[in-house]
Design a protein around this ligand. Sequence first.
Ligand SMILES: Nc1ncnc2c1ncn2[C@@H]1O[C@H](COP(=O)(O)OP(=O)(O)OP(=O)(O)O)[C@@H](O)[C@H]1O
Length: 376
Amino acid sequence: MSICCSSYYNHHFPIYFNPNSISSSSLRTIKPIIGTRFAKCTSSDDIHELLKILPHDLRENLVMESKRDQLLEVILDLGRLPVACFLGDSDRRFLRDTEISIDELEYAQNAIGEIGGDNRAGITGTLHRISAVRSRKGVVVGLTCRVGRAVRGHIDMVRDLLQFGESILFIGRPGVGKTTVMREISRVLSDELQKRVVVVDTSNEIGGGGDIPHPAIGSARRMQVSKPSMQHKVMIEAVENHMPQVIIVDEISTRAEVNACKSIAKRGVMLIGSAHGERLGNIIKNPILSDLAGGVETVTLGDQEARKRDGRKSISARSGPPTFPFMIEMRERHHWVVHKTERSMDALLRGERPRVEVRRRDKQMKVVIEKWKVED
Ligand SMILES: Nc1ncnc2c1ncn2[C@@H]1O[C@H](COP(=O)(O)OP(=O)(O)OP(=O)(O)O)[C@@H](O)[C@H]1O
């Protein structure tokens, strides 16, 4: 079943910029408004498939729930009351007043099938993700059942950036919506911009459960990954065997994955990736992920230069070009901060606050862009 929680929004397609032509001093390079778009923001979620794995009474409770289209997760922990989490950080509620039993957890496990090495499972043909918590003996004692959705329209927050063919990294806390937007980007790049797109889908989270990818990724091809530690190998295999113009990969975190990204970018393939981390500043401080922004090195200064900097003999500087020329902080679902990575990274390393583009939706769900804002 599909649920529409749509609202029409009148989107003034934003002032856009050419990343290669921005100079720090000038606003002249900014091109003018290029159009006005009216689009429909819709989401569909096959929620009944997820409800089927839940205990009977919870299922009935949630079917009647008026905020069902805002349901994010159902948490089932052994010996505790089941919890439903809705959109909005503090919107959580108990679904009944009796605890979850081991039989109920076993029932859910049987319904979802095999749980992978990353303790995650999907439901065939859907975008839902079920993550297990195990005891020391390996028994499943908790399940986080996340509702996966195909959302159309949200991409208008960044659609203008896709045309440049430059790699984009989405960063944000867990649950802010990174995977959901990357799924829509897969569809838009493969179907609307006619690119050869390969999704490297480590937990089948982008393309959904089962061997046939969900229509939400459009005609992008999907490569599954046998275990999470193989993600970097599959990324390289995708480039070497399947000639993609775009690689899409979620949750970049290890040194091997960062190196794979660098190697892919050097071959001229566009990357759309995601990583956990609230701000670009966190990425720079992370010894592994900072390489995605160009890497940080210590530069020793000559005496004259050091005098200009209060006697400091060394400074931190960017060591190379960023793998991802754009980094987008997803602060909230409708509040994103777009960095031109090189420029922002250099400013942060000089101890300055970078100038960024802040993109939000207003009350009418129109995308509003504030350019050249000093980041707060
Ligand atoms: N624009 C949206 N409209 C409606 N629901 C959304 C939207 N974006 C995300 N969601 C819902 O929010 C939840 C979290 O989304 P998603 O999995 O994309 O987050 P994430 O940032 O990738 O999380 P993680 O880092 O933990 O993988 C999901 O239930 C998803 O369906």
